[in-house]
Every structure is written in C-alpha cells, then in structure tokens.
Design a protein around this ligand. Structure first.
Ligand code: AMP
Length: 178
C-alpha cells in the first residue's frame, strides 16, 4: 500500500523538546526539506485543495511560510506576498500588532501587496493558537482584500487555532494534525 502524505510527514517531522523554551515541543520540518519528493507532494496537495477556489494571491508568513508559499503561488499561477516581522520590508508598509502568550508581536506587508477585493490564501508551516495567522488575516482585510483560506503543514489541534480562524474563512487545510 502506498503511504499517505500524512504518514510520510508524520515520520519526517522531528519533535524537539523544550525548544525554544521549556515546555514547548518544537515541530522541526527541516527533515521534510531534505526530501525533494515529499516537498513536491506537500505543494501538490495544497495546490490541489485550493485549485478552483478563486485564490488570487498567496501570503506566506515569515519565515517558514516562505518555504512552500512561493512554490504554491507559482503552481496556482498567482502572486506571492511575504508577510514579515516589523522593520524588514523596504517599501511603505501596513502593520498589525497582536498578543502572544507573553508580550506582543507585530507583522507587516507592503501597502501594495494586494489589490482590493483579491482573495488571499494565507500559508504557514504550523498552526498553533492561530494568533499569527489571524494577524495576517487582519492585514489582508486592512488592505481591502479577502481571506480565501489558510493552509498549514501542521495543526496542533489541542490549541484550537482553527476555531480562531473560522471567522475569516472556513477553508482551513492542514496536512498533519496532532
Ligand atoms: P500561533 O500564532 O500560536 O498559531 O503560532 C504559529 C507560529 O509560531 C508559526 O509561525 C509557527 O511556525 C510557530 N510555532 C508555534 N508553535 C510551534 C511549534 N510547536 N513548533 C514549531 N513552530 C511553532
């Protein structure tokens, strides 16, 4: 029997205990990146799911959202937009501040990143609490574009991130759930 992409990802993704701080189990996707066939399957299954759903642009969240985001956009034949931590983008920006477990973070995009009314797929490697992806969705809305959906390699379902994202879009795809 051929192994599912979920099974292949589950065996490739490496758990690193207490990184970057005690109590966190970090999901390390670098072993996935070493497997070009698996990388192709990741991109293809996300593209397959969102094909025909009217995606006009893909927004990848810094930095692991860039790894597959560019290729997903290329295969959907739409623009790729980097969503970056504040202070990294060179042109005029629009930013959104959001709360973390301890303190705040801020992300931004260029003011000309999206056209008004465009439908944007937000992509990152992992969905935890959903705070980062929700902040990216706020940026999309601030510019006057819409959220077409979200895609992740990994969903830490016990943190209920998808419940938080439902108000932006119900199209939430994750390839592996923990
Ligand atoms: P959140 O905003 O809580 O959904 O966190 C998602 C962001 O934090 C993503 O950009 C992830 O790459 C990163 N992240 C959060 N938790 C983990 C984890 N356990 N392993 C790897 N990355 C994580």
């Amino acid at each position: 029997m051929t192994e599912t992409i979920e099974a292949k990802l589950t065996s490739a993704i490496r758990d690193i205990k207490d990184f970057p701080k005690e109590g966190i189990v970090f999901k390390d996707i670098t072993p996935v990146l070493k497997d070009p066939v698996l990388c192709g399957e990741v991109v293809d299954s996300i593209v397959e799911y969102f094909k025909g759903k009217g995606v006009d642009a893909v927004a990848g969240i810094e930095s692991r959202g860039f790894l597959f985001g560019v290729e997903i956009a290329r295969k959907l034949n739409v623009p790729f937009v980097p969503v970056r931590k504040v202070g990294k983008l060179p042109y005029e920006t629009i930013s959104h501040k959001y709360e973390l477990e301890y303190g705040y973070s801020e992300i931004e995009v260029h003011t000309d990143a999206f056209e008004k009314g465009q439908k944007v797929l937000i992509h990152d490697d992992l969905l935890a609490t959903g705070g980062t992806a929700a902040a990216a969705a706020e940026l999309v809305n601030k510019i006057g574009a819409e959220v077409a959906g979200f895609s992740f390699l990994i969903d830490l379902t016990f943190l209920k991130g998808s419940e938080r994202l439902n108000s932006y879009s119900n199209n939430i795809q994750s390839l592996v759930k923990y």
